[in-house]
Write a protein that binds this ligand. Structure first.
Ligand SMILES: [Ca+2]
Length: 480
């Protein structure tokens, strides 16, 4: 039977009064690629089988307003790592290289005595994605243990690197293969007593939409209930592909269970913070759209489930806005490690532990340029409050939704007389976000740099300006 928050706090206080000074908590951050909020059992979709993630939620807190500020891969990962918005850390386009001197919370944790480990898809190194080796040193941004690939979508046939440029076959579907390496890192705690930060960053359920048969067979495409805003336009995923996506989610879920069991077996459960989230969602045909970079819930909203035994009340829910920019400062706050001043996000560890929703009044979103590959026509900025979502291009407002009356975002209120007052208010809040974070429309770009791999196929760039200069000098190569 669930205990009340009051009983829980009283019991924890009594326990901590007798305890010796606590060792810093370990942190385990689990992050599949492209796992949207709407495709988790405990987050309101009973069609998707996620028993282990659901259990994590009953043992911890659901942070159900967790959002990706820039809902696309490299930018999102850069925000998570640096606690800075993309225009500040430089990762305004997919496949740039994150500056080697970036502020990075794994580096901060390492300096504070943590053992740090990265397993999975890195995607912060820019340049050609294959073979995918990132050498030891500053390009690893503070990670000590390394078993990773820069970026590959070969989920059944991936390879990885440790500290040499010799590729090692993963030999399994990524869900299990990367988890094997996570287990290896965790088992090293038997010999290494330092507190740790480990992150396992899976490629699935990112497309291609294909799960191992055992998982795919758990879903009947004929019986998938499509979201109310699903529109079967050409090129969007079918129910068959959504069934495969769910299969990949369940494959990840099994490995979440395995990693949780490993924590238990090693006696690490009590002093380990576990956070489950994703870099962005997947439209999967909602709004007739595919993939991400969109201002709609299926793209921006991601799972946020955090377990911290004795600190965060089990089976609780907290609706505070928790965006990617807040992850690094919040985890540092939980670890008791000072947050570097260069970070822009907020340390929300106190309200999360207190079960309070006091925090930012809204979430801020930025996309800086077009990508024909998923139908994104250009850069936009957005703000989401508890009641509304608003986004605009530089030259005109784009979408405005009343999320209470229209949670599926099917009635765009932009420019409607009845919505003028709320639109003006959101416009003002958006401008405030841009000003507060140092953003400006001048960070946008229009050249199709993200299409056909232009930005990474031939060489590595840290900035758009560097790339544009190269493209001018090499027009024959810059055809994608
Ligand atoms: Ca991604």
């Amino acid at each position: 039977m669930p205990i009340s928050r009051r009983e829980f706090v009283a019991a924890s206080a009594a326990a901590s009064a007798q305890a010796a000074p606590a060792k810093r908590p370990n942190i385990l951050f689990l992050m599949p690629d492209q796992h949207r909020y709407q495709s988790v059992g405990c987050l309101g979709n009973p069609q998707v089988k996620t028993p282990h993630i659901d259990r994590l939620a009953t043992e911890g807190v659901i942070l159900d307003h967790t959002f990706a500020n820039t809902p696309v891969c490299c930018p999102a990962r850069s925000v998570l790592l640096t606690g800075q918005y993309c225009h500040r850390n430089g990762m305004v386009a997919n496949d740039l290289r994150l500056r080697e001197d970036s502020v990075s919370f794994p580096r901060t944790l390492r300096e504070a005595g943590y053992r740090t480990g990265f397993v999975g898809k890195w995607h912060l190194d820019g340049g050609p994605r294959e073979p995918g080796y990132v050498p030891p040193g500053p390009r690893r941004q503070g990670f000590e243990f390394w078993a990773a690939h820069q970026c590959s979508h070969r989920h059944f046939d991936n390879h990885y690197f440790r500290d040499s440029d010799q590729p090692i076959k993963l030999g399994k579907f990524e869900a299990e293969g990367w988890a094997d390496l996570g287990v290896e890192f965790l088992e090293q705690t038997r010999k290494d007593q330092r507190p740790f930060y480990l992150t396992v960053q899976w490629g699935p359920p990112h497309d291609p939409y294909k799960a191992p048969p055992h998982y795919a067979q758990q879903y009947d495409a004929q019986r998938i209930a499509m979201r109310a805003n699903y529109r079967p336009l050409p090129g969007v995923p079918t129910s068959r592909e959504i069934a495969e996506y769910y299969g990949m989610v369940t494959a990840i879920d099994d490995q979440v269970g395995r990693l949780m069991k490993t924590l238990d077996d090693l006696g690490l459960r009590e002093n380990t913070i576990v956070l489950y989230s994703s870099d962005h969602g997947d439209m999967l045909g909602s709004q007739g759209a595919r993939l991400k970079r969109k201002p709609w819930e299926e793209s921006i909203r991601v799972p946020g489930i955090l377990r911290w035994p004795g600190k965060v009340a089990p089976a609780s829910r907290n609706g505070l806005f928790f965006t990617h920019a807040d992850f690094a400062p919040t985890l540092l706050g939980m670890a008791g490690v000072p947050v570097p001043r260069a970070m822009q996000g907020r340390d929300l560890s106190k309200p999360i532990v207190a079960g309070s929703a006091t925090g930012p009044d809204s979430a801020f979103f930025q996309i800086f340029g077009p990508f024909a590959g998923d139908g994104t026509s250009g850069g936009w900025r957005g703000v989401r409050t508890r009641t509304h979502m608003y986004a605009r291009y530089q030259n005109q407002p784009w979408v405005l939704y009343d999320l209470q009356a229209d949670p599926d975002q099917q009635h765009n209120l932009v420019g409607q007389p009845g919505a003028a007052a709320v639109q003006a208010k959101l416009e003002k809040r958006l401008q405030q976000w841009m000003k507060e974070t140092g953003d400006s429309w001048s960070y946008n770009w229009t050249h199709p740099v993200e299409d056909a791999g232009r930005l990474y196929k031939h060489r590595t760039f840290h900035t758009l300006a560097e790339y544009m200069e190269w493209a001018k000098q090499n027009p024959e190569l810059d055809r994608g």
